[in-house]
Design a protein around this ligand. Structure first.
Ligand SMILES: Cc1cc2nc3c(=O)[nH]c(=O)nc-3n(C[C@H](O)[C@H](O)[C@H](O)COP(=O)(O)OP(=O)(O)OC[C@H]3O[C@@H](n4cnc5c(N)ncnc54)[C@H](O)[C@@H]3O)c2cc1C
Length: 370
């Protein structure tokens, strides 16, 4: 008979997905080891994530959401999307009959709250290197070494684009409205955020072709602000930088297999999407919910590393992650071309969708996961 393992699950990668998974599985009574990468840079993340209702519900259940300081999350009540000519799409929480469309959440504060929760969680031990366990859950993000070690093919398509993120202030109230411009070829998003100034802050995500992104990153603060205000045409007031700019190369990627005997992939280690719809982390947290459900409802005799059990998780997550990949990729390509007829079509299409409440409701429901 084999020796009893000290841990049921080894979670590799202490990002938001890995920490959430460790907490979620520990709540089932499983003994979890969480591998934290001591070499990971301690730099604070300037991003703010748009989290949907399902992600917030998970974080609430894990007692993380209510532990966040009040200024860590701002509700989105409306969304204003503009095409590159006349197209406009408006969404509102009131129209969709929900309390809010999303929550814009400070990435660094969320990581801190998860870190504290993990430290106090019974059944979770933070370890410096992978340990022997019945199940290894790889949550190491897109450049995962654990996934590579398993020999899993990661099919990636680099967009040749880079996203610039930064915090901004404006003299004009954000009124809890998120704004997005499909400017062809770049996509610019302003997410309302109540810090550093309540009601007057935004988190910027500006995706551009690599060369243009590098040009903008090299500009001094006044020149960058001038370019930003030109791009947003003053619609959100005179925007000013409230901190450092940071940037990320953009890709779409997918692992060919997500599970096998004793192992499973979650989050960006399994799938990466363009951030234009603000869905990457939401997909990763939905992976956590799905794997937890599959494990908690397993037959009592079935070990947590059973490949047939893990295939159930893979099947549940296949369609939603593929659909989001296709949606973000499709939108990006739709707005990439500069030919006049295509331009006309995509902007008219936006106007049409705007006049169809049931279609808008369907689109919002997909994004909010309700
Ligand atoms: C500009 C931008 C804006 C975005 N905005 C949104 C948004 O609004 N909403 C949204 O839902 N998503 C958004 N995303 C996507 C989101 O950032 C990712 O989907 C999410 O961070 C993935 O989380 P993860 O935990 O899977 O991976 P990661 O965040 O990459 O975390 C992986 C962790 O594993 C650790 N690690 C790596 N290798 C090892 C190793 N060998 N051993 C141990 N540890 C290791 C890393 O140090 C890290 O802590 C955005 C992405 C970008 C680039």
């Amino acid at each position: 008979m084999g020796r009893m393992k000290r841990h049921d699950v080894c979670v590799r990668g202490a990002g938001i997905v890995g920490r959430s998974l460790a907490l979620s599985l520990a709540r089932l009574g499983l003994r979890v080891a969480l591998v934290a990468d001591a070499a990971a840079p301690a730099r604070a993340d300037v991003r703010a994530y748009a989290l949907n209702a399902a992600s917030v519900a998970l974080l609430r259940e894990l007692k993380v959401w209510d532990a966040l300081p009040a200024h860590a999350a701002t509700a989105v009540h409306g969304m204003h999307v503009e095409g590159d000519t006349s197209g406009v799409l408006e969404f509102s929480a009131w129209q969709q009959q929900v309390a809010e469309l999303a929550w814009i959440t400070d990435a660094a504060l969320l990581e801190q709250a998860l870190d504290s929760a993990v430290r106090y969680a019974p059944h979770v031990s933070v370890v410096p290197a992978p340990v022997d366990a019945t199940l290894t859950a790889v949550c190491e993000g897109k450049a995962s070494a654990g996934r590579e070690g398993l020999g899993v093919v990661f099919e990636r398509h680099d967009y040749g684009h880079r996203a610039i993120a930064a915090r901004l202030t404006t003299p004009v109230s954000h009124r809890n409205v998120a704004r997005q411009w499909f400017r062809s070829p770049d996509v610019l998003a302003l997410l309302p955020f109540d810090a550093p100034v309540p009601d007057h802050g935004y988190a910027l995500v500006w995706s551009l072709p690599e060369a243009r992104a590098q040009e903008l990153l090299a500009l001094d603060v006044p020149a960058f602000e001038a370019a930003l205000n030109e791009a947003t045409r003053g619609d959100a007031g005179a925007l000013a930088l409230a901190g450092e700019r940071a940037s990320w190369p953009l890709m779409q990627a997918r692992a060919h297999a997500w599970s096998g005997p004793g192992w499973v992939l979650l989050g960006d280690a399994a799938h990466v999407v363009h951030p234009l719809a603000g869905q990457g982390l939401n997909l990763g947290l939905a992976d956590v919910v799905a794997l937890t459900q599959v494990i908690s409802s397993r037959e009592t005799w079935r070990p947590v590393g059973d490949p047939r059990l893990l295939r159930r998780y893979e099947r549940v997550r296949d369609l939603p992650t593929r659909a989001m990949g296709q949606l973000t990729d499709g939108l990006l390509h739709l707005f990439a071309g500069s030919q006049a007829p295509l331009r006309e079509l995509r902007n008219r299409g936006m106007g049409l969708v705007n006049q169809l409440p049931p279609l808008k409701r369907w689109l919002t429901a997909r994004a909010l996961d309700f």
